[in-house]
Each structure stands twice: as structure tokens, then as C-alpha cells.
Design a protein around this ligand. Structure first.
Ligand SMILES: [Cu+2]
Length: 468
């Protein structure tokens, strides 16, 4: 199925935006999202995968700041499913985690969601049911900031996914049957000494990386204005791949991470860990040439991308395979990030230690809270809570807390007034502290966003003592 251009190309006159916004505000009508299957083409071969079909056949959903999230979600699959709204601060029963927020949506059934669409910014949605996310059950969820609506920059969503011809179940089985020697590399505690080789970057061998459903053999070519300003909304929806965005010779400005504004940071390469987002503003070059926006897979000789094409510009062929492996994604950029809307200064009321662990026998990952596996972390409403991550393993873990945003305040013992996020990559052997305000009572999922780590036990809950 052809991706609707409407979901990626947004008009540029502010009058049109004002009119559209006014119409939406007046009614905030319920929108329908449908979970379905469809066929895509990867390296010339057809693949049947999932799809989230939005209003007017759009890929996902786009709302404006101030809108209600008023959605009917229909499951047209023959299996139970559902969607989690990643990065929104929804009421916990509408969070879409099966058997935690509520039952999954049965085949041919539907469920309604209704809450304020906050916070604004680049969010996304994905299935939290089994391993469905690996079969591309994910889509953009954009709450356009008032500033973006007023800006003349053209918005371009770049939705990144990892693709395998194997079923997710076969991938997971393969990981669990790996010989212990291979596991030792990725899960051995850091304390076993310096004889260890470098960190293990990833453990799934993918066949392709996709940007907006396409490989670089047949990439999406997006019309842009010559010399025009473009706002990329990059979403890493990979199940277990960290990417680095590569703008080539062009300089871009990172203005938001996980949808939340930061002090602008200029650069040509921007790491985006699993489940994270990056909003990058760039100006098309005056020579009118096309610009590829590439996503390099960490530790892999594979890339994905889209092409920005001004009128008349030639589009050169770019290979999906690369000569060198994509760069390691760590915490170097994280240290440079500063929230432009930080949390209020306030002393921490409660600190929760979370160790990220892996065992050498089998593919078993864990995240004991307060040193205890299987018990939820507890908070009281109104508290300023600190989470102190300590990664004892040789793999990085993108840690996501549902229903909240948090601010990164410490990386490897170095205090920073860092970015506000909903997903933080904790690098091998690293320590990271984040703080959040306990202002959304409920029972919340709290987990590693590497799908196979999650499935193998790196999943916990955080509960408010007064939740009901
Ligand atoms: Cu992990």
C-alpha cells in the first residue's frame, strides 16, 4: 500500500493551518484508527505485515496542540491486539498495555479513547501485545506544537523500523537458544573485569531497515521547496535497533528529543535510540540539490532513508548496504542536551534504584527495583521521584516509563540539567539518573524498549499507592 502523502507532507500557509485548527477545535470529532494487515515490498519481494490506518487512510494520526485525543480504535485482525500511545500522559487505563491497563482488543472489536492530547510533540503508537511490534504494528502520533503550526517549515515524518523475513517468534527463539558463550558477551556483569571485549551492540540480524515503510532500493522521495526549511520528525520505531541520523554535508539543528523542546543543538549526525524521537530543522541547500536523510543502523552495514527533492533536482541511487557499520549509540550527545522547558527546581522526595541485569544462562534480562525482582516500584502522589539506573550488562537498554515525562539529571556521575524525555538509553556499564513528578496516578508499565529484552524479562511496573 502506498503511504499517503498527506501524512508526511503538510501544507505551508499559516492561513490554512488556522482554518484547519479552528475547525478541529470547534468539534474535536472522534477519529478512527484501524489495525489491519497490508502488503509491503522489501527488496523486490512482498511481505505481509501489520498497519495502523488513520483518518483518510493516513499512516497514524496527526493532531494539533490543545486537541482532545478522541479516538476509536478498531481491531480488524484475527488476533487480539491494541495500541499504546507512546509519550502521552494519558490516564492509566487508556495506556494500551494488555492485561495491565485493561484487556487487549478482541478480533473485530473496538475501544474508545478520550483524554487531552498532551504533551504536544512527536509521539508514536505501537502494539504492546506479544511481539506484534516487530511485525510493524506501529505508526506516527504527532501532536503539532503551536510553534510548528505557525512556522513555515515543511514537516516531514521519518518513521524508522527494522525488518526481518523471520517471524518475531523465530527471532526470539533463536536468541534464547544461543550458546552460553555468545550470551556471555552481552550479559556478563561489568564486574567480571576488563578482559571483556567491547560492548555488544545488538543481537538481531535484520534483513532491512525501513523509513516510512520503504527500503533505499525504492525510497520515499519527498518534494520540498528549493532553499526551503524542513522540520524532520524522526521516530525510531525499531524493535531492537538504535539508529544514527546522517545529514551528510548538511548541518541541521536538533530542537526536540522525544517530542520535548531542547536548547537547539547543531550537528550533522544525531543518534536516536530505540523508541526515541528527534526533531531536526534544516534548510535545503541554495544549489537546489536533493538531500538524502539517512538512518544508519548501529553496528550494522545497513541503512534506511528518505530523499528530500526540490523541484527539478536529480535523485541519485543510494544503496541500502554500507561499507562500514553504523556508529555505536551511546550517551555522548545526551550530555550536550539541555531542556528548554525543564522541570521546576524541587528536592527529590524518593530515589528508586533500578539495576539492569542479564544472566549468562539463556536469554534472561531483568530490572530489579530496590534490589527486588518482580515487585513494583511504589510512589506517592505529589512526590518528586528520582530513578537511578545502573546498567550491569554489556548491552545498552532504552528505558521507558509510561504515562510520564522525566528529566535526565545525571550521566555517569556528572550532573546535568538534561533533556526531558520518555525514553533514556542507558549505555553498557553506565549510570543514569532521571527525575519526574508523580502527577499521574495509576499502575504503569516501566521497561526496556528493546522488544526482545522486554519479552525476556526486562519489564517492571511503577504504582501509585493511592491508585484506583
Ligand atoms: Cu534492554
Amino acid at each position: 500500500m502506498q503511504v499517503s502523502r498527506r501524512s508526511f507532507l503538510v501544507g505551508t500557509t499559516s492561513a490554512a493551518f488556522a482554518a484547519a485548527t479552528a475547525t478541529t477545535r470547534a468539534a474535536d470529532p472522534r477519529k478512527t484508527l484501524r489495525i489491519a494487515t497490508r502488503q509491503i515490498e522489501v527488496a523486490g519481494k512482498p511481505a505481509k505485515r501489520y498497519r495502523v490506518i488513520g483518518p483518510s487512510e493516513a499512516f497514524g494520526l496527526t493532531l494539533d496542540q490543545g486537541d482532545e485525543f478522541n479516538v476509536r480504535l478498531e481491531n480488524s485482525l484475527t488476533v487480539p491486539s491494541g495500541l499504546h500511545w507512546h509519550g502521552l500522559t494519558e490516564p492509566w487505563r487508556q495506556d494500551g498495555v494488555p492485561y495491565l491497563s485493561g484487556p487487549p482488543i478482541a478480533p473485530a472489536a473496538a475501544r474508545d479513547f478520550n483524554f487531552p492530547a498532551t504533551p504536544p510533540g512527536t509521539r508514536w503508537m505501537h502494539s504492546h501485545f506479544g511481539l506484534q511490534e516487530q511485525n510493524l504494528l506501529a505508526a506516527p502520533l504527532i501532536i503539532r506544537e503551536t510553534s510548528a503550526i505557525r512556522s513555515s517549515a515543511q514537516e516531514v515524518v521519518v518513521f524508522l523500523e527494522d525488518f526481518s523475513w523471520e517471524t518475531p517468534e523465530a527471532i526470539f527463539d533463536g536468541l534464547r537458544k544461543r550458546p552460553a558463550a555468545a550470551m556471555a558477551q552481552s550479559t556478563m556483569p561489568a564486574s567480571t573485569g576488563p578482559s571483556m571485549a567491547g560492548p555488544d551492540l545488538n543481537d538481531v540480524e535484520y534483513d532491512a531497515f525501513l523509513a516510512n515503510d520503504r527500503t533505499l532500493d525504492d525510497p520515499q522521495v519527498i518534494r520540498v521547496e528549493r532553499n526551503g526549511e524542513v522540520r524532520l520528525r524522526v521516530i525510531n520505531a525499531g524493535a531492537s535497533t538504535n539508529f544514527t541520523i546522517d545529514l551528510g554535508n548538511l548541518q541541521g539543528t536538533l530542537v526536540a528529543v522525544d517530542g520535548n523542546p531542547i536548547t537547539p543543538l547543531a550537528g550533522r549526525r544525531f543518534p536516536v535510540a530505540i523508541a526515541q524521537r528527534a526533531d531536526i530543522i534544516l534548510r535545503m541547500p541554495p544549489d537546489g540539490a536533493a538531500v538524502p536523510i539517512l538512518a544508519l543502523g548501529e553496528g550494522r552495514r545497513l541503512q534506511a532513508g528518505v530523499i528530500l527533492q526540490p523541484p527539478g533536482a536529480a535523485v541519485a541511487k543510494i544503496g541500502a548496504r554500507t561499507d562500514t557499520a553504523g556508529p555505536q549509540v551511546g550517551l555522548e550527545q545526551e550530555l550536550e542536551l539541555r531542556a528548554s522547558a525543564p522541570l521546576n527546581a524541587k528536592p527529590v522526595d524518593r530515589s528508586i534504584p533500578v539495576d539492569l541485569t542479564g544472566t549468562m544462562m539463556g536469554y534472561v534480562w531483568g530490572m530489579p527495583i530496590n534490589g527486588m525482582e518482580g515487585l513494583p516500584g511504589t510512589v506517592d502522589r505529589g512526590e518528586r521521584v528520582e530513578i537511578a539506573f545502573r546498567n550491569t550488562t554489556m548491552m545498552s537498554h532504552p528505558m521507558h516509563l509510561h504515562g510520564h515525562v522525566f528529566q535526565v539529571v545525571d550521566v555517569n556521575g556528572r550532573p546535568i540539567a538534561g533533556a526531558v524525555r520518555d525514553t533514556i538509553l542507558v549505555a553498557p556499564r553506565a549510570t543514569v539518573k532521571v527525575v519526574f513528578d508523580a502527577d499521574n496516578s495509576g499502575l504503569w508499565a516501566f521497561h526496556c524498549h528493546n522488544l526482545y529484552h522486554l519479552a525476556a524479562g526486562m519489564f517492571a511496573t511503577l504504582v501509585y499507592r493511592d491508585f484506583a
